[in-house]
Write a protein that binds this ligand. Structure first.
Ligand SMILES: [Fe+2]
Length: 266
């Protein structure tokens, strides 16, 4: 029986979280779980709770909570989920600077088993230095290494980000077989289309607006550097980055939000 993939969308940040399940052994993994953060700085667990509901309804055991990287635009639900899923191990790339609180730090080539099926860790630095992708047979969770073809690629101007490294990481992904499915972490919709969460190596090679049709490294670096210089800091990065580096619980994140809120009065 093959693995199944189930997307969950957190609309405020345009984030996709996934459950990848092995029905044969009733084991699953959660990938890039997101918390919602509203305009009034209220945190919601809607997306994470839908994942918990799914797991309970299916009676699956969650073995792994996998992060592709430290997200800068929204808090992770990894710490929140861990409190509900006592058997689950939280995982992130070992090259993530100053990371703490995770159960396991992984490197390129490491294996994470889900019953008889295993994920292979592919180091994909560039967007951040610790980015990793998780490959299961014929599909990969690529995090922010690639977006949908009409959106291109993620910024490289966070601390430790590097367009040269991102280009090399993208080439690793595009060297996989054409039919390989790529599950992305973000989609903001596009001109006349709905949100999407999966593409393929063939589609990205042919159509990605930043790297498709074999765009050379030099051209990519100039494009990425020019674009990044015009981008604003993500709105919630002062909360998301420290929270996600430490795999914070919901109460820890709420404390961080309260401390960062503007104080009224005298
Ligand atoms: Fe990101």
């Amino acid at each position: 029986m093959s693995l199944t993939v189930h997307p969950f969308f957190e609309a405020a940040s345009g984030s996709y979280s996934f459950i990848v399940a092995n029905p044969e052994s009733a084991i699953c993994a959660i990938v890039d779980p997101a918390l919602g953060l509203g305009d009034d700085q209220s945190i919601n667990t809607n997306c994470a709770d839908l994942m918990l509901d799914w797991v309970q309804a299916q009676r699956f055991t969650v073995r792994w909570i996998l992060e592709t990287h430290v997200h800068a635009d929204r808090p992770s639900a990894a710490g929140y989920l861990k409190q509900h899923l006592l058997c689950a191990q939280t995982v992130i790339g070992a090259d993530t600077p100053d990371v703490s609180g995770f159960d396991r730090l992984v490197n390129d080539g490491d294996k994470l088993c889900l019953g008889h099926a295993c994920a292979r860790v592919i180091a994909t630095p560039g967007h951040t230095p610790g980015c990793v992708s998780y490959q299961f047979n014929d599909f990969v969770f690529v995090g922010d290494t690639l977006f949908m073809p009409d959106t291109g690629t993620a910024r490289c101007d966070f601390p430790g980000g590097c367009p040269v490294r991102l280009y090399a990481s993208i080439q690793k992904i595009l060297a996989l077989p054409n039919e390989t499915r790529l599950y992305v972490c973000h989609d903001y919709g596009g001109e006349g289309r709905r949100h999407r969460f999966v593409t393929t190596v063939a589609e990205e090679k042919a159509q990605n607006v930043h790297v498709g049709a074999a765009v050379p490294l030099e051209e990519f670096v100039v494009m990425r550097t020019t674009r990044d210089a015009k981008l604003d800091e993500p709105r919630w990065s002062a909360i998301a980055i420290p929270a996600n580096l430490r795999c914070m619980s919901l109460s820890g994140i709420q404390t961080l939000v309260a401390a960062s809120a503007p104080h009224g009065g005298h």
